[in-house]
Structures are given as C-alpha cells and as structure tokens.
Design a binder for this molecule. Structure first.
Ligand code: TYD
Ligand code: MG
Length: 588
C-alpha cells in the first residue's frame, strides 16, 4: 500500500504505529484494510481487496491486501515498510508508477476493427454477419496498433516522389474543365498496345493504357496472371506502336529474377528494355523505380510486398492497404501506370484484392476453367472505360495467345457431324459486349431410369424448359431420361439460350438432326411463347459473319431484324415452341 493510500489513516494512527502494525503483520492491519477499503470505495478511489492464502513458511492462513490495479500492487509487507521510510519516496514511487501507467496507456492504444473478407466493409463491433453484403461468418478481427506516427503508405510515396518531381503540392489549384481539355487530344492520351495480344488487353483497359493509372489484376492462383503481366510488360517496353522502346520494371516478390528470366525465355520475350527485380520492400521498390524512371511498373504480387513500420506481415489487410496507398500516390504523382497482381483465395481471405477494389482505378479479373486452356480477362471495375469488355486468350506452352475468333471457342470439334447427330443445337449468348456461339447437347433415352442430368445449364431452368415442352408443345418426354450438356465447360447464364436447349431436346427426342448452319436465339416463357432478348442485332450479325444460314428468333425480333442488312442469313421468326418444331423439324 502506498503512503498516499494510507493517508486517510495517518490522522488516526502515528507513523511509528503503522510501521509496527505492518512489520508484525498485526491482526489489526486487516481491520484497517477493511476500513480503508470501504472508505476508499466511498471516496471513489482505487479499491483494495483482502485475500486469505496459505503461507507455506508459517504453515498458517495469512490474509494479504491485494490491490486491484497492478501498477500499485504491493509485492510484500516490506514494500510498505520501505515505502514508509520517506514521504518523498512515496511521491516518487507514485510518480514513477503514474509515468509507467501513462506510458503503458500510450503503448496499448490498440484499436479493434471487424472487417468483412468478402466486401471489405469495416465495423467497430462484431455482428456475426456483414451488415453491408449480409454474408455470414465473414467478419475477421483486425487489431491496429497506433505506431506513434511511423511510416505509412502516404509518407513513403511522398518521400519518394518529392525528391523526384519538381511539382509541389502547393502548385495544384482547381482548374476549369475547358482549361484541362484545351490542346489535349484524348485519342493520344492512352498508351497503345500493339499486336493481336495487345488489342485484347487494350480492349479490356478501355482502349489502351492510361498514364498514372493503378490497375489490379486478380485471379485464382495458377490462372496465368504473372504470364499475362510479363507479356504486357514486354509489349509496353517495346513500344512498337509509337516506335520508341522505354524501360518497364517488373518487380516480383514471389519469384527470383532467374525464374522470371526463364519464363520470359520460354515465351520468347527478349526485349532489352524489360527490367526484372525481386524485392518485397515497397520503399526499396519505389527507390529503384525512381532510379530507372520506367514507362510502367508491375508488382507481382501485392500480397508479398510490405512497408516497414506498418502493422502486420505482408499480405495482411493493413500492409496491403498501405502498400497500395503508396503505389497509388506514386502512380498519380509520376504518371507512371502501375499494375498490381492480387490473388483471390478460395476462402475469400481478407488480404484478397477485394479489399482494394475501392482504391484502384481498374480491376481486371482473369478467369479460366481448370481443364480448359481458355482464359478470359474481364474488367470488373474501370474508371477509364466500359466494364462490358473482355479479352479472350488461350494458354499455350509459349504463353498466352489472343484467340482470333472468340465467338467460336465454345463450338465442339465434331461440330460438322451435327448434320448426322441428333440432339445438337447452337445458342448465341452475350458476355459483356462479346458474342459467343455455344453448342448445347441433349440426350433423351427412353426405357432407362428417369434421371435428369444437366451440365452447364441451371437445373431449375432446364426443368422449366422440359416441362414447357411437355405441356405446351405436347412432347411425350415423361418416359425419358434427359441429359443436357454445354460443350467446353461453358455455362449458359443467359435466358437467350433457352430456345437452343429446347431445340436440342426436341432434336434428340424426335431423332431429327438439326442442320449445322442453324442458330437459335430466344427466351422461353411458361406458355411456350418465345420472348425477345437484348442485343438481338449484335447476336444475329455475329452468326451471319460466322457463315450460318438460318437463325431462329422470336417473332417480335424478326420485324426488327428485317430492316438490317445481315447478308445471306435467313431470319426465321416464331411465335412459340410449336411453331419452332413445325418449321425446323420437317423434311423439305
Ligand atoms: P502463372 O502466370 O504463374 O500463374 P499465376 O501467376 O496466376 O499464379 O501461370 C501458371 C500456369 O500457366 C502454370 O500452370 C503453367 C501455365 N503456363 C503455360 O501453360 N504456358 C506458359 O508459357 C506459362 C508461362 C505458363
Ligand atoms: Mg504468379
């Protein structure tokens, strides 16, 4: 017990008497503590508790005062006695304790935040579900320690770019739109990417690479993000479109420069201006970039880099956010475009790029099925263009190649056999702004078990189409097992594919092969009627370009399409499924 805490009793007892009571562990001290405790409680000061413990030395039960607050807890009776030696020493003990207490208080300034691993929503409280995206069990606790104003992303990028550019923050003032656009040719603004591969990437970026943009490229591990970025880096470095090569810095925190070099060699990349660097320290990376002054900077991946002084290990949410903040400032101040690669983990881990979607200018996702070599690069967010665009690539032993006719990638190889094979029909679906021709296969087997298996079509949608065929078109499918399949592992997500699914089932059930040059576009209603779908003109003109001779569409679309010049293709408008069956499945 400290002197200050004893002071209320000093008016009642002399100092010598106190010392005596403590040194002899006199029973009266317990009474004193109890009195002190209740007095203190009344005075609303730090309370003391009295606990009884077994003392192995004396073999008796001993009652000891225990301070609730650790910093003022006396170790033993001798502490009291020592403390009692000098009044000033109490003051100093107290001050020291206060000092350390306030020091502890500063150190332990820990802030807990609950962050959703799906959408990045942050809440100060745990709710069991995300109040933004409503996902359950996605809130992860993150503790942020106030590091007393140490490094952050802002400071790092400022430090780097301040020494690089003469531009000061004070020079920037609000500008009129007309002044901003005066003398600027926006078609020259973007950096063009050459070749078929470059065209596909440009299309996704909204027409070329924007100076000072921060682009996040996400995708599952192993989908080909590093391969894609290395090829993009080479194209930017070569600068064929503008006839001037310039350095591009590819930084990897995952692979050594030798490994990247080996990969580049396999992909036959041999540009002089591509610089490789292996590092995970953002300050170091920006420092090296400063020395090189590259045309573009690529970071593979954002989950491997870190900023010294920021809480958590690389890949943690604070590291990822601070590093991205540093790179964003760097990109905006220097006009150097920065590409970040980010992994999407299966568990939707907190360090996934989803947390960063709000910070970056564009988010591109690379998608691909496990057993397919087709890779699709899709814009999920783009401040400089449409998110409808997608690039189609094929992974080959020598890297990614742009697909020449993406509309045909979902056609089966034995497509020409459909002249003889029943159960095949062609659907025309849109993904973003691109049209894909997809082959749907059906098999109706009578006499076997009445199971239904669907692949690539939503089970509920398939059930509905089969029921409509039975009820509204009079097809006796009840005694058949029905199998549906969409080739190349594609999935029909659009209702525009309904008619092709129905046509494939009819073809198999009636054992009537559909000619290979017929395509089907349309949604089916519960009454068996055919309904219009969006972008009809684009769909029909795509199949016309691909050499199809006939396109079956809803009747309402026929009138619209008649006015267009679609070449030789015959547009056949049908009101309902019965009309489709009567006009397609007849021998001429
Ligand atoms: P990678 O770019 O390393 O994927 P990510 O960076 O997204 O993890 O590519 C990994 C896969 O790509 C790997 O399974 C092998 C394949 N690949 C090819 O088929 N051909 C190639 O030329 C290269 C470089 C990779
Ligand atoms: Mg990689």
């Amino acid at each position: 017990m400290l002197l200050t805490e004893m002071r209320p009793f000093q008016t009642l007892y002399s100092r010598t008497h106190f010392r005596y009571l403590i040194s002899t562990k006199h029973p009266q001290i317990h009474k004193l503590y109890r009195t002190f405790h209740s007095t203190n409680h009344r005075l609303n000061k730090e309370p003391f508790t009295v606990s009884t413990v077994y003392d192995p030395v004396t073999g008796c039960l001993v009652t000891k005062p225990v301070a609730k607050s650790k910093h003022t807890e006396p170790e033993s009776n001798s502490d009291y006695a020592d403390a009692l030696k000098d009044d000033r020493s109490y003051g100093s003990v107290l001050k020291a304790n206060q000092g350390s207490w306030s020091g502890n208080k500063k150190k332990s300034k820990i802030k807990s935040t609950w962050v959703c691993s799906e959408c990045g929503y942050a809440d100060g409280q745990w709710w069991g579900y995300c109040r933004d995206c409503k996902n359950v069990n996605t809130m992860k606790e993150l503790t942020e320690v106030d590091n007393g104003g140490k490094t952050n992303g802002f400071q790092v990028s400022e430090k780097i770019v301040q020494s690089w550019l003469p531009k000061g923050a004070g020079e920037t003032v609000p500008l009129r739109l007309t002044d901003v656009n005066r003398g600027v040719n926006h078609s020259d603004w973007r950096f063009p990417l050459s070749g078929l591969f470059g065209d596909e990437v440009s299309r996704v970026l909204g027409g070329g690479l924007v100076p000072g943009s921060l682009v996040l490229v996400g995708g599952d591990p192993g989908v080909g993000k590093s391969t894609l970025m290395l090829q993009i880096a080479a194209i930017i470095a070569e600068g064929k479109e503008i006839g001037k090569p310039a350095p591009v810095l590819y930084v990897s925190g995952e692979e050594s420069v030798e490994q990247i070099g080996n990969r580049a060699d396999r992909m036959e990349i041999s540009t002089d201006e591509l610089f490789l660097y292996s590092s995970t320290d953002i300050e170091d990376i920006l420092g090296k970039a400063q020395a090189l002054s590259p045309r573009a900077l690529i970071i593979d991946s954002i989950q491997t880099v870190h900023l010294i002084g920021v809480t958590g290990s690389a890949g943690g949410i604070y590291q990822v956010k601070e590093c991205t903040a540093a790179l964003l400032r760097f990109a905006k101040k220097t006009d150097i475009p920065v590409f970040l690669i980010g992994h999407v983990t299966k568990s939707g881990d907190i360090a996934g790029p989803r947390v960063l979607e709000h910070i970056v200018d564009a988010v591109l996702y690379m998608e691909g099925e496990q057993h397919s070599s087709i890779r699709i690069l899709r814009a999920f967010k783009n401040r400089f263009g449409s998110t409808d665009e997608l690039g189609v690539f094929e992974m080959s032993p020598s890297g990614l190649k742009a697909v020449k006719n993406p509309s045909e990638i979902f056609l089966s190889e034995g497509y020409s056999d459909s002249e003889f094979l029943a159960g095949l029909a062609i659907a025309v679906v849109m993904d973003g702004s691109r049209t894909f021709v997809i082959e749907v296969q059906a098999l109706c087997a009578s006499g076997s078990s009445l199971s239904r298996q669907v692949n690539g079509v939503q089970a509920g949608r398939a059930d509905m189409i089969i029921s409509v065929l039975m009820k509204q078109a009079g097809l006796k499918l009840q005694s058949n097992a029905i199998f549906l399949n969409v080739v190349s592992g594609a999935t029909l997500t659009e209702t525009a594919g309904d008619l092709a699914v129905a046509a494939a089932i009819c073809s198999s059930f009636l054992e009537f092969p559909i000619p290979s040059n017929v395509a089907f576009i349309g949604e089916i209603g519960l009454g068996g009627e055919l309904r219009m779908v969006p972008k009809m003109e684009k769909r029909v003109s795509t199949v016309a370009k691909l050499g199809y001779k006939k396109c079956v569409v809803p009747e309402s679309a026929e009138k619209l399409l008649c006015r267009l010049d679609l070449g030789e293709i015959e547009v056949l408008g049908c009101k309902n499924l019965k009309e489709v069956i009567n006009s397609v499945f007849i021998t001429s």
